[in-house]
Design a binder for this molecule. Structure first.
Ligand code: CA
Length: 433
């Protein structure tokens, strides 16, 4: 997204000295363009303002999360804004979707070539150029590619750190210790840029990756902010703003309040989720899944071992009044029986001795099916033997009872004969008297 092209319309141009002046409102200003948004990982707010001196806005900016960029155009009307617009379009097309600073640097270098090619093809004006400060914020990484004197700052726990190095003459003086950063902002040669897009096909972009965390606030800006407002004030305003848009608005307002002598563009990005929480959550669920898998394997192994044991176990038990051979072990697991009838027999439980009947109630275990069958056969033999014995006993008793009855009959017959003889004798005696 680029700055509002309508912002080239003439506006108030007076530069102003502003110490102690009330902050200038930015809402609703002509030539001011604000955009905010958010996704699951970052929230952003941006504002680009033509300022109080320039007649048109040569800055362009790009908000395409996770990619953010500010390009400050130069070359005058119908040149600077064309260069910066070409740059953000090329960077948007070429930038990686991941925090790879090498690829991001290559995108900036492609934008450089696009501007040179464009100028040669009659797009914009010869000599047009721009800066480029880009960031891809993905997870806990921020890839940065940078050329020129636009800037990227990182605000962490209330402290502001500039992460880019200006490619400018005054920055070299600051590096050499000849002037201070505050002196650089008002130095007469402050607009001399030592590296920019649009002039040298071999130009290269600074690029690097830094770590970001939840709660970090990233600020990308053109020198319309950093040239007007000191780092300490930028830090104070950024810390005191609740939202990225509020921070962008306050910073632009501060630049205008300080004079607004240049176009000013500010993008503020808050890191909401650096992915570490998600990573930890995923790691937790991975561990949990592994633990469940191990537990399931253990249960499966135990079940298999138990099944093997149960399949090799046999016992005899009462099955509705007859002895049956069971495979498995007696009882159940969570309602699932651990054994089943392998074979029924005709051996009646009631025919067995009382002690065996009691054992059958609990089940009589055997090491093998053959042992169980042998036991059944022995019961059958025992029952047969008992029955034979009982039958023999019954025969003996019957025979004895028969003999006794016969004896009694013989005795009775003998008694009857005696009585007849006595009667005959008596009769004969009577007759003799
Ligand atoms: Ca500028």
């Amino acid at each position: 997204m680029s700055g509002d092209p309508d912002s080239t319309s003439p506006i108030v141009l007076e530069p102003q000295e502003v110490p102690g002046r009330a902050a200038m409102p930015v809402e609703g200003r002509d030539g001011s363009d604000a955009v905010s948004g958010r996704d699951a990982f970052v929230a952003w707010g941006a504002r680009s303002d033509v300022g109080l001196v320039r007649s048109h806005n040569e800055d362009s900016f790009l908000l395409r999360a996770p990619l953010f960029a500010v390009c400050d155009g130069m070359g005058g009307h119908a040149a600077g804004e064309v260069a910066s617009s070409l740059a953000v379009d090329t960077i948007a097309a070429k930038a990686p979707a991941i925090a790879d600073d090498t690829l991001l640097g290559a995108a900036v270098e492609a934008a450089n070539v696009a501007i040179i090619d464009g100028a040669e093809a009659g797009v914009g004006k010869p000599g047009m150029g721009c800066t480029a400060s880009c960031a891809v914020i993905k997870g806990n990484q921020m890839a940065v590619a940078h050329v020129g004197d636009s800037r990227i700052y990182l605000l962490r726990q209330g402290s502001l750190v500039r992460v880019t190095h200006d490619h400018s003459y005054v920055e070299e003086l600051v590096d050499a210790g000849e002037i201070t950063a505050d002196e650089a902002r008002v130095h007469p040669s402050r607009s001399i840029i030592t590296r920019a897009l649009g002039s040298d096909r071999d130009m290269y972009a600074d690029h690097f990756t830094i770590e970001v965390r939840n709660g970090d606030r990233v600020i990308l800006c053109s020198d319309g902010l950093s040239g007007m407002v000191g780092d300490h004030e930028i830090e104070t305003l950024a810390v005191s703003s609740a939202t990225p848009q509020a921070a962008a608005d306050k910073l632009v307002s501060a630049a205008l309040t300080a004079g607004g002598s240049d176009n000013v563009t500010v993008i503020v990005v808050d890191v909401l989720d650096d992915g570490q929480r998600t990573k930890r959550r995923r790691a937790f669920f991975r561990s949990l899944f592994r633990a469940i898998l191990v537990a399931a394997c253990l249960v499966a192994a135990c079940t298999a071992a138990f099944a093997a044991f149960a399949n090799g176990s046999y016992y005899l038990a009462d099955n509705d009044g007859t002895v049956a051979i069971y495979q498995g072990v007696q009882g159940d697991l969570l309602g699932i029986p651990l054994s089943g009838v392998l074979e029924t027999t005709t051996v009646e439980v009631d025919d067995l001795p009382q002690t065996v009947q009691q054992q059958l109630e609990e089940g009589i275990p055997f090491q093998s099916e053959e042992d169980a069958r042998d036991a059944v056969e022995s019961y059958r033999d025992q029952i047969d033997a008992d029955k034979t014995r009982a039958a023999q006993t019954a025969d003996t008793v019957t025979a004895e009872e028969g003999d006794e009855a016969e004896t009694q009959q013989t005795d009775a017959a003998a008694g009857d004969a005696g009585q007849g003889a006595d009667a005959s004798a008596s009769q004969a005696g009577g007759e003799g008297a």
